[in-house]
Design a protein around this ligand. Sequence first.
Ligand code: PFF
Length: 451
Amino acid sequence: MVKPREQWGSRAGFIMAAAGSAVGLGNIWKYPHMAGQHGGGAFTVVYLICILFVGLPILMAEISIGRRTQLNPVGAFKALSNNSSWKFVGLLGVASAFTILSFYSVVGGWTLKYTMLALTGAFNDFAVGDSAAQAFNAFVTNPISPVLWHLVFMGLCVLIINQGVKAGIERWSKILMPVLLGILLLLVVRGVTLEGAGEGLRFLFWPKWGDLDASAVVLALGHSFFTISLGMGTMITYGSYLSRDSDLLQSALWIIFIDTAIALLAGVAIFTAVFALGQNPAEGPGLIFVVLPSLFPQMPGGAIFAVMFFGLLFVAALTSAISILEVVTAYFIDEKGWSRSKATYTFGGVIAFIGVLASLSNGSFNLLAPFTELTFMDLLDKVSSKYMLPLGGMLTAFFVLLRWGIVRFTEEIKAGARWFEVNRWTVTTIFTIAGTVVAYIFVRELIALFG
Ligand code: PFF
């Protein structure tokens, strides 16, 4: 007998799990350094516009496709399009999941290592000169240590996903998300009470339009997909465990609100400290792993806040990583009839292996060295965030417009909606704009790539 599909235990459970997927390295690691390098408040404004006008509609589309079909992304597109080639959008999603998790879990491993360094007081040696940068470099290029931490991180993902939707994903998200928020609030209070913190706030929120070029706008759009986990079927998969009486718009708004609030709070916690202690805010990706470890020893209570910060980063990464693994697992369970544990262990293993290659590529074993300056790990990041997710998101918007149809889509979002009326023409306009904007940017990126 086929087991009935698992469902979320409650609406709050779904929101916690989906927000757990959305809130991740993208919010705490990527957003602050992108804003730092591309116009502070100006970048933030563009990012918020992208989230509202492109992210929200596509998030609604994904959740409703999942809830309607109660299937994984491939099965869902197949079911709603009469098994036509739209199913390749679902397959693209599964491929993106492999690509993203392979590098994401390497950085997840770094967060674990840095939590350990913070716990053992190792940051005390990082306060002088460029010792923090040297230590970070030595760590990521090492052939063993980052590989082992990555494997530990992937192992944790596999254990949680193997427990299933309710006992694994939902239970852990409900524990970890409040922990994350609590730690972040403490860090924000620490940051804003440092002397000179105001400069950091001004930097993050005051728009410097001159620093915002076209490529920063593209970056903001791509990032709005990454940060809400769109374009690869994660939200289709999570939506497929929802029942018909759930209010989709309300849930989507909660997810977006939590995700955005956490990115902004993380920015506040980081830039107040960076400015109060006179560091360079435009440091780039090293901001978190190089600048912050050298700052903690200089601030009162720094040892404790360091443990909290990297613990926070680890929790955020873990709740996102499990959602990516669930896309692959759900696909093999639904479409290939595999058991949950067979799917989880097999593909957890495959992804862990690709991740090992990604980690090694930061050191002397870079498969791509003969062809490009990018490391294999950079390539996985670039290809997925710049091309695969926007492509998946764009095709999802066009799928709703051209194949599934606005009428059926609005019927689906009306089911369970308690407090709003949907107007078909408004929805059509929003989807046309969202799809076209993403298509424009995607084509521009392709031309830039080959041009
Ligand atoms: N949203 C996650 C973050 O901001 O770190 C990353 C992510 C998770 C991307 C799940 C895509 C995904 F499907």
